[in-house]
Ligand binder design. Structure first.
Ligand SMILES: Cc1cc2nc3c(=O)[nH]c(=O)nc-3n(C[C@H](O)[C@H](O)[C@H](O)COP(=O)(O)OP(=O)(O)OC[C@H]3O[C@@H](n4cnc5c(N)ncnc54)[C@H](O)[C@@H]3O)c2cc1C
Length: 437
């Protein structure tokens, strides 16, 4: 999406643009798959928009093919479901858990009221314990984040949290421990989603009319010569290269990198996710948008239900879900073994999402090699070095994976826009070949 956006925002009158895409369709992580009447994304791809500019753009691109959805998200723990976010919705959990969460929060507020003591550059474990207290950390933040990030929480920082992790007031934590929730929290209380066609329709609308060359992979970036080698055997010149290839992969394609860049590159960390898209022969298997699973007894960390974003993504009388399993890169579980899917099915039954009588009509597994960038203490300086090196060599590496960050589609669109503006500012009226992935 970031690459498409860069091309979309470049003035074709003054710049010669090529978009090179290794796959046979546009969209990257924001694409959809149709199987037996089910439409799946690569897990859930919901639009959380913050800028007037992107709100207008999406309206222009999708017209009336869009729903505003109200989030219904839960956390499954201790055998029950509580509302999201956990920190203000402990009502219903065992009394000892509630007490630990509320007392822990009170203690944290007293000890760590100074924001300096809750800086996001702290190890996540310290930041979380100081921000939410020992109880909420123990019962949700620790198990959920260990499962998602597959990383020691002392090693990663909290720099990614920002808007993604709501930080409540004490009165809200207390209120949420005594009765069901009365107000919404978090950045995604409502979100947009295409009525038909999955998130692919947005990527296609953005790419419409752009000079996109599909099935064309960039295999080498000869950065000193400003040339790229393509999978069709050709070599092309560029003036300015905008890349949304995962940063790690882009660097691997660049021969003879300076030593300091190689050192910085060795510090980049990430996790992988397996997306399991499932179609079921029963309607309304859940009324939830998605459910978080912090406990280790469940193999997955989240299960979402596309048919609750829009009814037009499932055949009549059916339901669909995406199941997300995280793993360290290069330590993928044996997805193909029958035991793996038997375990997933058993866990879905334990969570009362599936019944033993339910028939699975579709089961499609999509590994996402670069899913979440892990924020470590070294990431910031490594990124600064690499970004400076890229900039000095007329390369902008953008988007969630190109920019090596925790972000979302709206930001990918804005990254592309900014990259185009930088190119226009540095060569306002020249006709120069620009390339973007
Ligand atoms: C599990 C998960 C859930 C998510 N949920 C949401 C959500 O609900 N809402 C949201 O806003 N965001 C969500 N995101 C984030 C969203 O997917 C990204 O922010 C956005 O799609 C990133 O777009 P991008 O263009 O930066 O990268 P990509 O989508 O990765 O695009 C990179 C493109 O480069 C192509 N490419 C790679 N290598 C080459 C090569 N050598 N040559 C040519 N082409 C190449 C790829 O095929 C791809 O098309 C989620 C991400 C994940 C992993």
């Amino acid at each position: 999406m970031a690459g498409l956006s860069a091309a979309y925002h470049l003035d074709a009158q003054t710049h010669e643009v090529s978009v090179l895409e290794k796959s046979d369709c546009v969209g990257g992580t924001a694409r959809s798959i149709e199987i037996k009447g089910f439409t799946f994304d690569i897990t859930g791809h919901l639009l959380h928009l913050h800028f007037d500019y992107t709100k207008e753009l999406i309206k222009k691109l999708l017209g009336d093919n869009i729903y505003t959805c109200v989030r219904k998200a839960s956390i499954h723990s201790n055998g029950i479901q509580t509302e999201y976010p956990f920190q203000v919705n402990t009502f219903g959990l065992p009394q000892t858990v509630i007490q630990e969460c509320v007392e822990g929060f009170k203690e944290a507020v007293q000890k760590y009221s100074d924001p300096e003591l809750r800086k996001t550059s702290l190890p996540f474990e310290d930041w979380s314990t100081r921000t939410f207290g020992k109880g909420i950390h123990k019962h949700f933040m620790k198990p959920y984040n260990e499962k998602l990030w597959q990383t020691d929480l002392k090693v990663m920082t909290a720099e990614w949290c920002g808007m993604f992790v709501p930080q409540p007031k004490l009165e809200d934590v207390i209120a949420g421990s005594q009765k069901p929730p009365s107000k919404d929290y978090g950045y995604n209380a409502t979100f947009l989603y295409p009525k038909r066609g999955g998130i692919q329709v947005l990527s296609e609308a953005l790419g419409k009319g752009l000079p996109v060359q599909l099935n064309t992979a960039v295999e080498g970036v000869l950065w000193r010569e400003k040339k790229i080698k393509l999978s069709d055997g050709t070599v092309r010149d560029y003036d300015s290269l905008v890349s949304s290839i995962p940063m790690m992969e882009l660097l691997k394609k660049m021969p003879n990198l300076p030593k300091d860049i190689q050192t910085a590159m060795a510090q980049l960390r990430w996790t992988s996710v397996l997306c399991i898209n499932i179609g079921v022969d029963r309607a309304n298997i859940s009324d939830r948008s998605w459910i978080y699973f912090p406990e280790n007894q469940f193999r997955f960390y989240r299960v979402g239900f596309p048919m609750n974003f829009t009814p037009h993504v499932v055949p009549e009388g059916c339901s669909s879900m995406y199941v997300e399993v995280a793993y360290p890169p290069d330590q993928a579980p044996d997805f193909k073994s029958p035991a793996f899917m038997e375990r997933i099915r058993k866990d879905l039954e334990t969570a009362k999402i599936l019944k033993p009588t339910d028939k699975i009509l579709v089961c499609d597994l999509i590994p996402i090699r670069y899913a979440y960038v892990v924020y470590t203490a070294e990431r910031k300086s490594a990124m600064e070095q690499i970004t400076k090196f890229f900039w000095e060599n007329s390369i902008q590496s953008i988007g969630r994976y190109g920019g090596w960050k925790y972000s979302f589609m709206e930001e990918a669109i804005m990254d592309g826009k900014k990259a185009a503006e930088k190119i226009s500012a540095s060569s306002p009226a020249s006709v120069s070949p620009s390339l973007s992935q």
